[in-house]
Design a protein around this ligand. Structure first.
Ligand code: SF4
Length: 232
């Protein structure tokens, strides 16, 4: 089913009606949108819960994993483990082409002197390309993660007309952890080492008990987002 901007209101109304139940929301979205829907997952510290909801709604739902080439090896192992444990059958790795990386980041150190350009090369451009067939993306973002996400809704219409569904928008970190434990979901192996928000290895550090989880991302820089969630 193709949705045009004029159809957005009808789709949003149907999704909003079930927004309090993440599994019903995902099922309804898949029913309405079919293969025009994809889930984005970083397979990070809290990703297992959204992916468990996806598996319960439909394990064949498309899941996109953005492999930047800069992930911790533990994240790559966790991506395989979670897909197996949850029975996800349609996880696709996307990422920058070798040509673009060797052209614009030949030493692999672009992150150190121009992280915005690095995120553009390794995240924004590959996701824009890979998400072309999809009219609606599901994300695991939460309101509490950053001020840029504080007013995010569960069903979100961006400036470019694309819809984003954020089933966990109102979930708190402690509720996510409790639900992950209740469901016996395996934790990301780096959580035990103090990594509470996990992105690329060069741009992620562990946090102590006083810091918020995302303070370990691009630490020391005036940067809180990689750009893939900025409205078009
Ligand atoms: S998070 Fe860091 S390494 Fe990853 S794409 Fe952005 S700047 Fe590059």
């Amino acid at each position: 089913m193709d949705i045009s901007s004029s159809d957005n209101a009808a789709v949003i109304a149907q999704l909003n009606a079930v927004q309090d139940d993440p599994v019903r929301l995902l099922r309804k979205a898949h029913e309405l949108l079919g293969n025009k829907l994809a889930v984005m997952s970083s397979f990070g510290a809290e990703s297992a819960l959204l992916l468990a909801f996806v598996a319960e709604a439909d394990p064949n739902m498309k899941v996109l994993f953005l492999n930047t080439g800069k992930h911790f090896p533990q994240t790559l192992a966790y991506r395989r483990e979670l897909a197996d444990v949850l029975g996800l059958t349609n996880v696709e790795d996307i990422g920058p082409s070798h040509e673009r990386v060797s052209d614009r980041d030949p030493t692999g150190e672009l992150w150190a002197f121009d992280p915005d350009a690095c995120c553009k090369l390794r995240k924004v451009e590959p996701l824009n390309l890979a998400s072309l067939p999809y009219e609606v993306l599901v994300t695991g973002r939460k309101r509490g993660q950053a001020v840029t996400r504080a007013s995010m809704t569960i069903v979100e219409e961006r400036a470019d007309g694309q819809l984003r569904i954020n089933p966990l928008a109102f979930w708190q970190a402690q509720d996510i952890q409790a639900e992950m434990q209740r469901r016996h979901l395996p934790p990301h192996p780096l959580v035990a080492e103090g990594y509470l928000s996990i992105g690329c290895a060069p741009c992620t550090r562990p946090v102590d008990g006083q810091e918020d989880a995302r303070s370990g991302r691009w630490s020391g820089l005036n940067k809180t987002e990689c750009g893939i969630h900025i409205a078009g």
